[in-house]
Design a protein around this ligand. Structure first.
Ligand code: PEP
Ligand code: MG
Length: 763
């Protein structure tokens, strides 16, 4: 917040004049209809427009409530559905329209009773209450002209003030303004699984709505001082949060909070709020005004990563609004009294952390994405999250019973008894299974015939690493270093990378950690690295991973140095992703050698040993593997990508799920073809794709000669159980025969074999 505010701009002065008139209108002792009539007059005069109209949402229709310039006979007669006309489009999409020829717009609907055919240009803005459009304010001119930004700004500001007037006068239905769902029947909604798990609890709305009592400022300087002190308080809170980070320092949390800090101290944001105050709004209304603008912009943003970051800004705006209005209570601050499922449009990670973990059982979001900070934090907290449940806040009320099954991507609201009973059985099964597997933590994965299998885990965040102790994994077989880059608002500097790698190694102790160099690009675009986000026809086969890292040598150099420094005095395992040809491995390795030489020159301590390996995920590498094997310490087969490339079946496309089959003869034969030369050459070979985390598929891999798996932590218990019930002496010839013949449908044959031989496959 700048200490000395700049003089109000021309735009602000114009808006302030209009607001002053509106203030008088609202204070006058007249009824709501008279006030609306006066508002249309005031705006019409101020903007010099022939028509100014207000439509309000009643009984699901947008009703013409007041107008200057259209036929008065049309008032309360003209009604438009949300799917109808320009007005419907504005309310439906919560968007602004600015048209020099209204009738040319595809949504234009002509209503003869209004007499509007003589007016060509049109500008309209939504009147928003509780994030929903409850009406539309529009102006029209006979001449064909576009409206300038100043006029649109003025309309938007007036719309905000109108929302206060409308609410106070109860002019729109409560249901329309999103207060209560009248329906009490059981409901089921589906969404997108963000964090797996099941939960049962009462619906708690994260944000009891903040009611903005007054929108027009009595004294601009008083409002400025209020917002200034709120900014100071909010910055203190964020700084305090950073110093008390829940997961210790150095984790992704720091990066999340760094983003918050960046926004909290962002001059542009505070300037925009200041400008809205200059225009004559109260502190609350000014914050809301800027927030509305942000939301509108967010709706047009197609880039999920960027919109996640925009969400962080909104989280802060809500915090600021709560401070300035004195309505401090989020549900977290008021405390959860029973098992709760939190419901929100979206949530910031810092907000999530404020909840009592013992009572918070699950989260449902109307928005949300897999890469959002809040998802990452929830995963670390072990709280299931279902995202993209559209309009959930419309269909449920506070206190409703909710059953959340994130794995199946559904939520039941107000369930009936049979649904509750069935859910309870599943919940109990789930819990028992988890407890049984947790009890296997200290049990070694040794087969019935005495072979020790290495069962390692995949990780990518600092918080994930604690699963090493919880699951008893043998180490980390795949540490996806790009996750740090993905959760960060800016490119993580080398020191931050070093800190993370060192922390991970510290937690792992004597257990090995395999660091995979960044697999950025494709679907893992970085918002702050524009070229990584450029649209590609086939992103999975595009400019990603080692290709990008070799082309942008600086990135790779910094990461190499960070890894070498973090690994000082210990064994460092480095793995390169998406290697297609041996020269790529050599080029990457050379960067490490250079950095090692540099550190030697500086007298720095080096790792006691460095082991280099490749991910085998591009089929082409199989053709030259024999040439590369002498230079490798290990090979890790990335079956996620490998399968999609071998079968030409996009791993993320649900329509191809049946074709993307790890147990197809082609995949198993291919795997055998690459596993054999590795074992013959004495090069360690493992699998780090999701395939290894499924008992049946993992059994097939063991039958093909794999002795090292790196899998998602939740899979470790079930895989250990499978391993301990297995006799490799019997399995190996069976799998060899199955794969050599290649004709039998393999999945049922393996399942039958497992059943016949008492293998714990969890079928
Ligand atoms: C793989 O492709 O199998 C793999 C483990 O890497 P990612 O899933 O990160 O692409
Ligand atoms: Mg991969």
């Amino acid at each position: 917040m700048t200490l000395a505010p700049p003089p109000p701009s021309g735009a602000a002065q114009a808006a302030r004049q209009i607001l002053r008139r509106l203030h008088d209108v609202m204070a006058a002792n007249t009824n709501a209809q008279a006030k609306l009539n006066q508002v249309t007059q005031a705006i019409g005069e101020a903007l010099d427009s022939e028509v100014c109209s207000i439509y309000l949402l009643r009984d699901g229709l947008l009703e013409l409530y007041a107008t200057r310039g259209l036929n008065q006979a049309a008032v309360h007669v003209t009604k438009l559905a949300l799917s109808e006309g320009l007005v419907g489009s504005i309310a439906r999409n919560i968007e602004t329209l600015n048209l020099d020829e209204a009738s040319a717009h595809p949504d234009y609907a002509y209503r003869p009773e209004t007499g509007e055919e003589q007016f060509h240009s049109f500008a309209g803005v939504p009147i928003i209450r509780r994030e929903r459009a409850v009406g539309v304010l529009c102006v029209q001119h006979a001449a064909s002209r576009g409206y300038d930004e100043l006029e649109i700004e003025a309309l938007q500001t007036v719309a905000l003030v109108l929302s206060e007037l409308i609410a106070n006068a109860h002019l729109v239905d409560d249901a329309a303004s999103g207060t209560q769902s009248a329906d009490q029947s059981p409901q089921q909604r589906s969404g997108l699984k963000l964090v797996d798990g099941m939960a049962k609890g009462r619906a708690v709305f994260h944000q009891p709505r903040i009611v903005i009592e007054h929108t027009v400022a009595e004294d601009v300087e008083v409002e400025r001082a209020r917002v200034y002190s709120a900014f100071t308080k909010m910055r203190d809170q964020i700084d305090r949060m950073a110093s008390q980070a829940e997961f210790g320092s150095g984790g992704e949390h720091d990066e999340v909070l760094e983003t918050y800090k960046m926004f909290a101290y962002d001059e542009g944001w505070s300037r925009r709020i200041n400008e809205a105050i200059d225009a004559g709004l109260t502190a609350e209304a000014a914050i809301e005004r800027v927030q509305q603008r942000t939301r509108m912009r967010m709706r047009q943003i197609d880039d999920p990563l960027l919109s996640d970051r925009m969400h962080d800004l909104e989280d802060l705006a809500n915090r600021l609004l709560r401070i300035v209005s004195g309505q401090m209570g989020t549900a977290a601050q008021m405390g959860l009294r029973e098992d709760a499922i939190l419901v929100a449009r979206n949530l910031g990670p810092a907000e999530l952390l404020e909840y009592d973990r013992r009572r918070l059982k699950g989260v449902i979001l109307e928005e949300g994405s897999l890469t959002a900070h809040v998802t990452i934090v929830a995963r670390a907290m072990g709280v299931p999250v279902l995202g993209r449940v559209r309009d959930i806040r419309q269909i449920i009320n506070e206190g409703d019973m909710l059953l959340l099954d994130a794995g199946r991507a559904v939520v039941h609201a107000r369930p009936n008894m049979p649904t509750i009973e069935a859910f309870d059985v599943q919940l109990r099964d789930n819990r028992e299974r988890r407890e049984r597997f947790a009890a296997m933590r200290d049990v070694e994965p040794v087969t019935a015939c005495g072979a020790r299998i290495e069962v390692m885990m995949n990780a990518g965040l600092r918080e994930d690493v604690s699963a090493l102790d919880l699951t008893g994994a043998d180490g980390i077989g795949l540490f996806r270093t790009e996750f740090q880059f993905l959760v960060s608002a800016t490119m993580p500097q080398r020191e931050r990378q070093t800190r993370l790698y060192r922390d991970v190694l510290d937690v792992a102790g004597s257990r090995p950690v395999v660091f995979r160099t960044v697999d950025i690009g494709g679907d893992k675009a970085l918002p702050y690295m524009r070229e990584s986000a450029e649209k590609e026809e086939n992103p999975a086969m595009g400019w990603r991973a080692l290709r990008l890292a070799l082309d942008r040598g600086g990135l790779m150099k910094a990461q190499a140095r960070a890894l070498l420094e973090a690994g000082a005095g210990r064994t460092l395992n480095v793995m390169f992703p998406l290697v297609a040809e041996p020269w790529e491995f050599d080029a990457a390795r050379e960067i490490f050698d250079e950095q090692r030489a540099f550190l030697v020159g500086r007298g720095k301590k080096l790792p006691s040993a460095i082991r280099f390996g490749v991910m085998l995920e591009v089929p082409a590498l199989a053709e030259t593997l024999d040439l590369l094997l002498p230079r490798l310490d290990f090979v890790s087969i990335g079956t996620n990508d490998l399968t999609q490339f071998l079968l030409a079946a996009d791993r993320a496309d649900p329509r191809l799920a049946d074709r993307y089959d790890w147990l197809s003869p082609a995949i198993l034969r291919f795997l055998r073809r690459v596993i054999l030369p590795c074992t013959d050459a004495g090069v360690q070979v493992g699998v780090c794709g999701e395939m290894g985390g499924r008992p049946l598929e993992a059994m097939a891999l063991l039958g093909l000669g794999i002795r090292r798996l790196s899998i998602t932590p939740a899979g470790i218990g079930p895989i250990k159980a499978m391993v301990r019930s297995l006799d490799l002496g019997q399995l190996t010839p069976f799998v060899t025969d199955l794969v050599t013949r290649g004709t039998t449908p393999i999945r049922p044959a393996l399942e039958q074999w497992g059943r016949d031989h008492g293998v714990e496959l969890g079928l």
